[in-house]
Write a protein that binds this ligand. Sequence first.
Ligand code: PEP
Ligand code: MG
Length: 870
Amino acid sequence: DMDMPVDHIRLHEAGELDPARWGARGARLATLARLGVPVPRGMLLSTALVTRITDIGADRVFAGQIAGRIAALGDDVLLSLRSSPPKPEWGGPEALLNIGVTDARLPAITQRVGRKGALELYFRLIEGYGTMVEGLDPEDFENLVADQMKVWSVGSEGELPAEARAALADEAKALYADETGHPFPQEPADQLCAAVDAMARNWNSVSARLLRQSHGAEEDAGLALIMQRMALGVGQGACGAGVVHMVDERSGLPSVTGRWLPQAQGYDALMGLRTPHLITTDARKAARQTAPSLEEQAPEALAELREHYTTVANGLGDAHGFEFTVEEGQLWVLDAILSPRSARATVRIATDLARSGAISREEALLRVEPRTLIEHLHPQIDPAAPRDVFGAGLPASPGAATGRIVFTPENAVQVQAQGDAAILVRVETSPEDIRGMHSASAVLTVRGGMTSHAAVIARGLGLPCVVGASDLRLDLRAKAIVTQDGRTFTEGALITVDGTRGEVVAGAPAMIPPELDGAFETLMSWADQVRTMGVRANADTPQDARTARSFAVDGIGLCRTEHMFFHEDRITVMRKMILADTTEARQAALAQLLPMQRDDFVELFGIMRGLPVTIRLLDPPLHEFLPHSREEMMELAEEMDLSVREVTERSNGLSEFNPMLGKRGVRLGVTMPEIYEMQARAIFEAAAIVNTQNLEQVVPEIMIPLVSANREVEVVKARVDDIAGQVMAEREVSLTYRLGIMVETPRAALRAGDLAKSCAFFSFGTNDLTQMTYGLSRDDAGRFMRDYVNQGVFAEDPFHSLDIEGVGELLLLAARRGRRTQKELMLGLCGEHGGDPGSIHFCKLAGFDYVSCSPFRAPIARLAAAQASL
Ligand code: PEP
Ligand code: MG
């Protein structure tokens, strides 16, 4: 061996190898051999050696050593030559099998596998060699086979008799000689050298270079080669080839699946025309297959494969199946292949591997893409099902649901009451639609972006939702959705909203139900042990809070109190309060709202059992609460003892040109102090009630929205402190609470150092902060966001995935300035980005204490936060 070039190594003596030098397959086979898996013996040629072969030819590199070595193996030993690129996706020439069959060696090979088998191997070699080395057309060879099948009137190649195979071998030799002008080489060493040269040449062809460079290969990426003894799947006794996997692709649970082809040559044959058989007897029976299974033909081989599965899973740290050959009952493994798996199976496999010690828990956590957990949480359209997509928009809330089209929230309630599923279709939604959304199975809007009303509410409810489906038109008079090419879907028609992909599909495609299995729970518990950043939920109602608790959040990071005012029994009181023209009238209405709010908070605190609850004081512009239809105006006029005209006038008086930048948030709090005072009182009274009932003491966190100046905080803080003092005195209790602000205007971020003086915490409202940093309306972005992302203007929708470079810089700056003033300042994020893994990673790096997201995204956030800690 010493005089052979140094850049080669025996497979069974190699141990751990570097894939960059020996190729991925070469390194893997060496590991399999080390693990005791029966890999046929062989030799690896390094990338450096193959490069030398490219330069001066295999003949000169091997310097006459090959012939003697092949001879020493014996006349009945055949070789395979396979390529081994450093990365599988870099391509590489196809394998050449059966190297070494010659006229002179045919008798010895016949001894080993019988005459028919030997002749078949010869034919396959001439075909493969002719194709690879001489560039002949494989079809010409296949035509020879087809002709013989006609002559012998057989339906499959396997039924051809030995005479036919003899004729085929002769015909192949003749074809080869005719086409190339020289006879088929009769020296095994010549066959091998020519094949090695051909592979090296192929690797350097322009098309091969372009292909691999498109997959990230460097200019000078090399190819390694594997020469191996052939395990022959043809011959006497149990012979054949197959591929097997030991875990189910869908579930990840143990299950033996695969294909087995008796009397066949390697995996390559399985890809061909013959129908392979199933592996186990059970599967064979289930498929009503009459041909024998591997389990029936070579039970020991199957038992051995099961054992190797465990060894290899431990050794390679992942679930692998096998390509294998059985020769006279003896198993040979040709390669291990990563078992394919669904998102759900990925979790099962990773946790099983960690449980068995094959990988660490940390590794298991890193193996699961957080986003893919949505498959555990929501029904999905079966990826295999045909889908008739008639509309597309933004994937605002994941999962899929089928139902009947309705165009109004009232209809959604009706359809649901009849026991049917409703798909609420709107131009866009507003707070009035909430009840309808509760009754709907999915929501589709023509307008809106990722943080539009519909998107935010649907995510909170766990409803599939597509927004900004701007290629659809709503003909509300005809009660129909109209597509650009004129298809119409009328009220009551069955459609499916796929909020995972952002598609609207006609009819009811097959679905996969969600499943929170043990593996999911295990992974989540590991994530919680690892993560150091909190995950809270955005939860407005007791129902949200219960959902949030079921997903094991660390608290509520955002309770949007305005959502409490849209209930039927409250909206009228709310409207009275808003339209009141005197402080007394306003206070009377507020006095009616107070007990309602207090009850809400009592319930919320009760559900959260001492976990932190951040309550945001009223935020939206008041006109959002006002009636829109004439009927509603009339109703309200009657309630308030006013004329319809007066109600209309007062409502109109509240309208603004640009309400999102108008009198909302803290601006309401400063100019109409009674509202925040009522809310503060409701919060403190609720805390007092709960604290006397429960052991767990509530420490309410009160949050002021849309702050931009320090004085705003001082004004509100003084009043809130005052109310706290009053409630404590009235109820003779002591209460602790924290007051903080939402940082959601650029000015608040810039002035964070100053603002932190009066705050216990900052919660970044990245929805508004993104809107204001870009100058991009969150409710209108849906109209062009898809175009922007498709054209690469934005890498991603900044309302979905935090814009690290821009908005992120404001976050960092505010965090730094805030903490410089106040070391203990608690930092959180409660925009929709709190459920986005990339954004969560950023928050961890920025030193945030928690992120807050809609309850259904909490598992994703918990896993992403864990990964960010690793
Ligand atoms: C935000 O602006 O990020 C936020 C959480 O508040 P809202 O979405 O209610 O404006
Ligand atoms: Mg906001």
